[in-house]
Design a protein around this ligand. Sequence first.
Ligand code: NAI
Ligand code: MG
Length: 377
Amino acid sequence: MRRHTLAVLPGDGVGPEVTRAALTVLDAAQERFGFSTARTEVPLGADHYLQTGELLTDEVTASLGTADAILFGAIGSPRVTPGILERGIILELRRRMQQAINLRPVRLYEGVPTPIAGLTPARCDLVIVRENTEGAYVAQGSTVHRGTAARVAVQESVNTWYAVERAVDFAYRLASVRRKRLTLCHKTNVLVEAGALWTDVMSAVGERYPDVETDYVHVDAMCMHLPVSPERFDVVVTDNLFGDIVTDLGAVLQGGLGVAASGNLNLDGSHPSMFEPIHGSAPDIAGRGWANPAGACLSLGMMLGHLGEGEAAAAVESATAAVLADLPALAGEGMGASTQELGERIAATLTEGSAPTITGSLMSQLARVMGGDDVAW
Ligand code: NAI
Ligand code: MG
């Protein structure tokens, strides 16, 4: 039987609630598709930090490094100064595990309410590939004349051919198993040096993917096109900062925080990839069962695709989408069922195989993209 080792980091607030629901769905997927997982729960987060003062120790890093994948809930607590846990755990994990890209599907499922008037599922199915290690987020920068009126802050953006190429190559590869259309999103008319590097990488890598059509959109224009005509896009590749911004806009299109999923992918197999809903620990609703587990379940689906369980991945996606479509509201008391009840409902739908099949499932496309023997990175 195929067996995968998982590190599970439920984290804080609603993190453990949505993670538990996702694990219930994982149980059902294993049962139906005949694989198993060995799961190790890692208690990182506010409680652990307040008890021990520890964030991400070398020992924990080493043990996480042996997992095939990491399933992550959310981190952050009003009991800890903002930034300590988020930077010390999430960002640090992405860095140490060399998770080169952040992958964010923007797909509106049938029956899910969107704030964009007239938007239909047929028009909203794209994936944003965000470079996850550099750009403006390399955490360098400097200030001189601090504390005076002459203070100067310099915050540079770092773009290496190496990191841009691996992100762009992944994006082409994904586009080639989808609708074969890749858009570069940048601001090449102002950020000319970084822009030229990205543009040159697009052309160079593009020679390996002659059947993928390419396109370019400035990031500001992207903020207009994305809500109005998302059907223009199949795969979008962009840098760390622009990606951070446009993916939040993307999440709005697909129904918001409770629904959106993400994967932080290590592309060279040196360390595990990590999958997480995009929302935070939501301390305002923690403990009430009001968190929507869909984002966590769809992240689980991405994880399964990444592990090569393409069929299970597609089934998790369609079961989650079917349950979402039946909810009276996407969050809070109005959902009409608790987080865990929804997890059980998704699991039952998966077991019955009763959900309509989703065509072009990103979750199963990932299995094809990650699974190929000819992977070049
Ligand atoms: P948040 O995403 O936790 O919550 C924002 C709003 O969305 C809240 O009203 C919350 O109730 C609602 N919400 C979040 N997830 C939901 C779900 N699954 N279903 C229904 N409603 C949901 O963002 P916020 O409040 O800015 O941050 C809270 C904490 O989480 C902070 O400590 C923040 O730093 C941290 N955070 C952690 C992230 C992570 O672990 N990757 C990402 C974003 C924030
Ligand atoms: Mg963000």
